[in-house]
Design a protein around this ligand. Structure first.
Ligand code: NAD
Ligand code: WQD
Length: 342
């Protein structure tokens, strides 16, 4: 297939490009580089041993820019990663998050339909379940209250896409609800490159291990979990990337699952690991120290979040193959080979 990848210069997008090319698909990237570096796309091309990845530095809110790209070639589907994703920043700047994530997606899907491209894979998140009503979380679990504007953009965009599909039977919509992506490509050439102080656990661990941060704060050890620290479903970014290639099946006329063109999948491993499990695995596998101390709980955090990934396995034939040791090893290889990022 010929795929438009919005946000393709970012963390998950770059890893997905590798899986798409290796599976024989063609891809064109649209990214405004607001949270990424063009060097990442050069490295993807080097890993794939192709001249370059077709790339437009275009904002998805730029209707004319998107019109030109869609007029120049036909796309069979769009994998839509573009969006702002910092939870804390979204609390400070809600307008910017709603305008970028929701406004941008509305422009994108309007241009898509005008050019007869009505197949989309959307990057959703476990955050749409709020404080989940059941563990492990299945796709039947009701959506919940999000604790920040970022989460609401995901929840609202799921609704927007489902309503558009309901009104026009030609649309096929895949919502992939990612759990906690970590790790990096085993080459150590591409990985997560956060701006400033990381919010997420794994980049905080790697930056502490390399000495950029003094110590990791563990946010709470009084949760109702085996060791008192928060439990999450960490998934290697290469497994997550492969899930997008598997999800392209949903657009084949022979695909028998889903209702009226709607396909929702949890993308996780199904295993829950605590903060201390992650820190201890990181130190054991990599032989480096990660100083940490216990801090108060972080506002908005939940105790436990992991999924039942059985639906993606049964319908898409996809399952995570990489384990905790791969995740912590590859995260460290990326950090230690690129101490300042790209
Ligand atoms: P990322 O920030 O590395 O990648 C997102 C890319 O989108 C960046 O390259 C950025 O420059 C681009 N972008 C942002 N706004 C844009 C716009 N208006 N026009 C064009 N490009 C724009 O983030 P990521 O971790 O790769 O996440 C990809 C997607 O997956 C995001 O939608 C994110 O919300 C979602 N997601 C991420 C996680 C996670 O923990 N990383 C979890 C669940 C869902
Ligand atoms: C994981 C665990 C923290 C940092 C967030 C978003 C979610 C999704 C993924 C996009 C928790 C603990 C963390 C630290 C810590 N993103 N922690 N010290 O909160 O599960 O999910 O990223 O959709 O929407 O909310 O991930 O990596 O921030 O935290 O103790 O310095 O690590 O309390 O238990 P989270 P996280």
């Amino acid at each position: 297939m010929n795929i438009l990848v919005t946000g393709g210069a970012g963390f998950i997008g770059t890893h997905t490009l590798i899986e798409l090319y290796r599976a024989g698909h063609a891809a064109t990237v649209v990214d405004n580089l607001s949270n990424s570096n063009p060097v990442a796309l050069q490295r993807v091309a080097e890993i794939l041993e192709v001249g370059e990845i077709p790339f437009h530095q275009t904002d998805i809110r730029d209707r004319e820019g998107l019109e030109r790209i869609f007029a120049s070639q036909h796309f069979d589907a769009c994998i839509h990663f573009a969006g702002l994703k910092a939870v804390g920043e979204s609390v400070e700047k809600p307008w910017e998050y709603y305008e970028n994530n929701i406004g941008g997606t509305l422009v994108l899907i309007d241009v898509m339909r005008r050019h007869g491209c009505k197949n989309i894979i959307f990057s959703s998140s476990a955050t749409v379940y709020g404080d989940p009503a059941e563990i492990p979380i299945t796709e039947r679990c009701p959506k919940g209250q999000c604790t920040n504007p970022y989460g609401w953009t995901k929840s609202m965009l799921e609704q927007v896409l489902m309503d558009i599909r309901r009104a026009d039977a030609e649309w096929k919509v895949v919502l992939l609800r990612y759990f906690n992506p970590v790790g990096a490509h085993p080459s150590g050439r591409i990985g997560e490159n956060p701006n400033g102080i990381p919010n997420n656990l794994m980049p905080y661990i790697t930056q502490t291990a390399i000495g950029k941060r003094k110590e990791l704060g563990v946010f709470g050890n009084d949760y109702p979990t085996p060791d008192g620290t928060g439990v999450r479903d960490y998934i290697h970014v290469c497994d997550l990337a492969a899930a997008h290639v598997s999800a392209l099946q949903c657009f084949e006329p022979t695909f028998r699952h889903g209702v009226d063109g709607a396909h929702i999948y949890n993308i996780g491993t199904g295993h829950g690991y605590s903060v201390l499990d992650m820190v201890n695995a990181f130190m054991r596998v990599n032989g480096v120290n990660v100083p940490y101390s216990i801090k108060p709980r972080r506002a908005g955090d939940i105790a436990t979040c992991y999924c039942d990934p059985g639906k993606a396995r049964a319908e898409l034939g996809w399952q995570a193959r990489l384990g905790l040791d791969d995740m912590v090893r590859d995260s460290w290889r990326w950090q230690s080979m690129n101490p300042e990022g790209y």
